[in-house]
Design a protein around this ligand. Structure first.
Ligand code: SF4
Ligand code: SF4
Length: 165
């Protein structure tokens, strides 16, 4: 019971911290100012359509896209696919601790502000993300992937633990 209370308290602190640091919610804007904060904090979850669309945009096949630019991660027990961080290896499983607030997304380029290099075909969650809405009011639904689908992308199926880094 005490563990659940601590977990909920930590979750509440995370939400408050996000809303406090989030630039659009701080300025009262109701639109994306392309500050790049969310791309530094936690890259987008990609669904299957995103992966196909981005591969087409970059003119590579989906397996090459996965190996070069994407990683497998976990969110609340769901397996998800994300762009890797700039200094990370692609095509592998990374623990949530390795993908949270470490480095910017590989598709983040610092031109015209913090811009997304795949902006014209950017992931669905990026289009729908409204950081100015308090996070506690947003439904965070992960783009869940099955192990089978991930292995079709070329994943080796190995899930490491945080302390194996
Ligand atoms: S959606 Fe992301 S990039 Fe846009 S203003 Fe919010 S934190 Fe910045
Ligand atoms: S894919 Fe684009 S919008 Fe999504 S985290 Fe990376 S840089 Fe940001």
């Amino acid at each position: 019971m005490l563990g659940i209370v601590r977990m909920l308290d930590k979750h509440r602190q995370d939400i408050e911290e996000f809303d406090r640091r989030n630039p659009s919610s701080k300025s009262g804007k109701k639109e994306c100012s392309r500050c790049g904060f969310c791309c530094w904090r936690r890259p987008c979850d990609l669904d299957e359509e995103d992966v196909v669309r981005i591969a087409e945009y970059l003119q590579i096949d989906v397996k090459s896209l996965f190996k070069k630019f994407l990683v497998v991660d976990e969110y609340n027990g769901y397996l998800v696919v994300k762009p890797r961080r700039i200094y990370q290896e692609g095509g592998v499983y990374l623990t949530p601790a390795q993908t949270f607030e470490t480095e910017p997304c590989i598709f983040m380029v610092e031109v015209q502000g913090n811009a997304c290099a795949i902006h014209s075909c950017k992931p669905r969650v990026a289009k729908e993300h409204e950081c100015w809405v308090p996070r506690i009011l947003r439904i965070l639904k992960p783009q869940e992937w099955t192990r089978e689908k991930l292995m079709e992308l070329g994943w080796d199926g190995i899930q490491r633990e945080d302390d194996e880094e």
